[in-house]
Design a protein around this ligand. Sequence first.
Ligand code: TXA
Ligand code: MG
Length: 322
Amino acid sequence: MAELIAADKAMDAALALLGAGEVVAIPTETVYGLAGDATNGEAVARIFEAKGRPRFNPLIAHVADMAMAERIGVFDPLSRKLAEQFWPGPLTLVVPLRPGSGIHPLVTAGLETIALRMPKGFGGTLISRLGRPLAAPSANSSGKISSTSGEAVASDLGARIPLVVDGGSTPVGLESTIVKVEDGRVRLLRPGGVPAGDIEEVAGAPLLRGVTAGIEAPGMLASHYAPGAAMRLNADAVAAGEALLGFGPRRADGWQQARAFLNLSETGDLREAATNLFAHLQALDRSGAELIAVEPIPFDELGEAINDRLARAAAPRDNPHV
Ligand code: TXA
Ligand code: MG
């Protein structure tokens, strides 16, 4: 069973385990990550095993500074500008993998590109102390909701990993935004913690959306982030026995008869809603309701990423992303 150690006391234990090719769950500003040395194939294999993640789904490599990033990926001027603007922070850049980068091929699932991110806080310090990049997907069983607290990680993955570094609730609450520069234009591969509009301001042009050839971010398959309960989005009414996930001051009809009710943000604040999203979904799931009704949430700012995760959580499960 995983040890749960507070972040301010966990650095040495985390370094020792990572140096020995083990995996460690760590807090980042977005969600918790399940980290392993990205240059060590055994460590990376352990990440896939602990999550039950299919090996065709590549991982993000986390770096401590721009020099480390440039040793791993090839940066065009616009990717570099985005990195300068948003790193450290909740943006992941997909760039061509540099030959001789030392990244184990399991990390990229054999792709010629690599997803790179520079996290804030404990993760950033850990990587610079280790001196090596960390591969880290979200610290949850594959297909399930990402964890935004140390306890959530421990209850999902605790039996399969040695250490959870507990940094409390993650401030952003949603995974990073993933983009890729193509011929001087920025393509949005996954909405996330940096709103699309902020990236458009730096890029000076609207983002390209959707994928052109095949599935570029395999984790973007329809059913993902799935709670046990079924989900109904944009609900304007609740039936008895259903759970209700609210947003803002106005309530769906019949909300008093909901089996459980939680509000993402009383005031309709999208940042607060993002922070609460995964923890509230997990709590409503634990209420035992067979269905979670979700009130409408606007699509602007972080609302795009919130609606994206809810749509995946609500997608039919008969052909789930395992
Ligand atoms: O905020 C986050 O991004 C968190 C924290 C821990 O950093 N990590 C995270 O990782 O969400 P994960 O593995 O759950 O999601 C990474 C996504 C997956 O959908 C994967 O398919 C995609 O990134 N990805 C990784 N490498 C890629 C590449 N070379 N091209 C396109 N997509 C890629
Ligand atoms: Mg994930």
